[in-house]
Design a protein around this ligand. Structure first.
Ligand code: ADP
Ligand code: MG
Length: 518
């Protein structure tokens, strides 16, 4: 077999027909094994050690998956899908991986033991996932900002996290503060209105405004400006480049250039100051020392920002960044706020109550860089869970929503081999509650059977092992997280079950190349 672009492909294992599915599903199981025990509030943490021997404790599915090095190509695929899940909703990655491994285990059994053709299994899974998602959607309940469910959803999502309850207080506070101001195009988009930043050795807090991890350009600049007039500067603040000076060694030329540098710098600063701006957020790559000194002498407050920060700062202040000197004549280039100030101990700059759209910042701390990183990720997860819940509704948590879909799915009375897919999806749906309970020290299977025989929303209390209504107990999940996790699991298992051979590209040896060309 040859490929014009990549040379010659060779089978990875000798006994190809049999081994591809075996080896690929083994790889999936191995990956699933590493995260399975972290699922749910009683899930255990993993100690991650990177190449530099740094230690880091995590309970987060994606973080753990991303830390696995040199893994099987199929396992890498899972990592990618988990990553995508993380980007889409920021939660439910462990759930997706656990369900995927269950689907593959069941799917493989059907193929190997019952001789069902892989394409049939794959079609069945696709259909089963689609039906299960529809059923979950039917069971979902809409919520609004005022509902107690909003708090519960955040608490449930942070339940298994380090310091979860403290973080959920921060997240709830920030969401209630920005509230309706976060609706863009009809749905909530907290990415635009809540910024989460992390810093070691400061206090956790929610600040009604923007916090930048920046110090002012020069300590001679004012440390605080009340009622500042703020401009975002993206001008070239290095009017004469040093390299030009270095290339010239004739005295007169250097002198002309130095004069030019001085007059250009003065012009820039004068034109900026004439707009009334006294606070500059500077995104220029370089700043000439002369310009910096002129700004200091005019008591201007200046900090650097990165290009990435321009967009949200523009929105927060309701202004456009100034890219060219001509822009200074336009309107909407100077915004206001209540205060701009630097906390010198923390090295943070605060902008309070900007003149554009509302933004709230959550500052999460940690005694080490690693804990602040882990807490930072969790806070973002909480915000994402709230957003998903407000936009698409909620379902019972603890694996109950998934479990109670199974009977309905089976009642659809799908014909023939479609029923096969339902079996595969059903076992995945059951696996979530089972795993959460196993992680909590119970006999997962036995408890799941008891819950399954009960009414809608009934699950198991993970502290007592008793049957409870998960919604009444306040254990709820966003519908969107459940649906995306199920779809991701379906996608992983379909790809794995469909592969019947693993081939790897051979080196591009001269012989291989000539063979390819023939
Ligand atoms: P994931 O990476 O999939 O989000 P988590 O470790 O965050 O994994 O676990 C999420 C699961 O834990 C959800 O199914 C959620 O409903 C469940 N869960 C959270 N709190 C509880 C609780 N108190 N009792 C039972 N299940 C819970
Ligand atoms: Mg989670």
């Amino acid at each position: 077999m040859s490929n014009p672009n990549y040379g010659v492909w060779r089978p990875i294992a000798e006994n190809v027909e049999f081994n591809a599915l075996e080896s690929n599903s083994l790889a999936v199981m191995a990956v699933a094994e590493t995260v399975r025990t972290t699922l749910g509030p009683k899930g255990l943490d993993k100690l991650l050690i990177d190449q530099a021997m740094n230690r880091h404790v995590s309970n987060d599915g994606v973080t753990i998956l991303l830390s696995l090095r040199a893994i099987h190509p199929v396992a890498r695929m899972i990592v990618e899908i988990a990553e995508r899940q993380e980007q889409l909703v920021g939660d439910g990655t462990t759930t997706a991986v656990v369900m995927a491994s269950e689907m593959i285990k069941e799917g493989k059994r059907l193929i190997k033991e019952l001789g069902v053709h892989p394409t049939k299994v794959v079609e069945g899974i696709e259909n089963g996932v689609k039906q299960a998602c529809k059923l979950l959607e039917k069971d979902a309940k809409k919520i609004s900002l005022k509902d107690k469910e909003l708090e519960q959803i955040i608490k449930t999502s942070l339940n298994s996290k380090l310091d979860g309850s403290k973080l959920s207080t921060l997240v709830i506070k920030s969401i209630r503060t920005v509230g309706e101001n976060s609706i863009y195009d009809g749905s909530f988009d907290f990415d635009k209105s809540i910024k989460v930043i992390r810093k070691t050795n400061v206090s956790d807090m929610v600040f009604n405004g923007v916090v930048l991890e920046r110090r002012r350009l020069d300590i001679e600049m004012p440390i605080k400006v009340t009622k500042p007039k703020i401009m975002i500067v993206k001008l070239d603040l290095k009017p004469v480049k040093e390299s030009w000076l270095k290339e010239n060694n004739r005295y007169e030329e250097i002198l002309t250039m130095e004069n030019d540098r001085l007059s250009k710098s003065k012009k820039i600063v004068d034109e900026i100051v004439s707009t009334g701006a006294n606070t500059l957020l500077i995104a220029s790559p370089e700043i000439d020392e002369i310009i910096e000194n002129l700004l200091v002498s005019k008591k201007i407050y200046g900090i650097r920002i990165s290009s990435d920060e321009i967009e949200f700062l523009s929105r927060y202040l309701g202004i456009k960044p100034v890219r060219m000197l001509d822009d200074l004549k336009g309107d909407k280039i100077v915004g206001t706020a209540d205060n701009v100030y630097e906390n010198e101990d923390e090295g943070l700059t605060y902008i309070e109550n900007g003149s554009g759209k509302q933004i709230v910042s959550i500052i999460v701390s940690g005694s080490t860089k690693e804990t602040s990183l882990e807490r930072w990720r969790s806070a973002i997860d909480g915000v994402n869970a709230a957003e998903a819940a407000l936009n698409k509704g909620i379902v019972a948590g603890g694996g109950a929503a998934e479990l109670h879909v199974i009977d309905k799915l089976k009642n659809l009375r799908l014909r023939g081999l479609e029923q096969v897919g339902v079996e595969v999806v059903a076992s995945a749906l059951e696996s979530i509650m089972r795993q959460i309970l196993t992680n909590a020290g119970f006999n997962g299977l036995e408890k799941v059977m008891a819950a399954k025989a009960s009414n809608q929303n009934i699950g198991i209390d993970i502290d007592t092992g008793d049957l409870v209504d998960m919604c009444e107990k306040g254990v709820i999940d966003p519908l969107l997280v459940k649906i995306l996790a199920l779809e991701a699991a379906g996608e992983i298992s379909k790809s794995v079950l469909r592969i019947d051979r693993n081939l790897a590209a051979e080196d591009l040896s001269p012989q291989a190349v000539s063979e390819t060309k023939r």
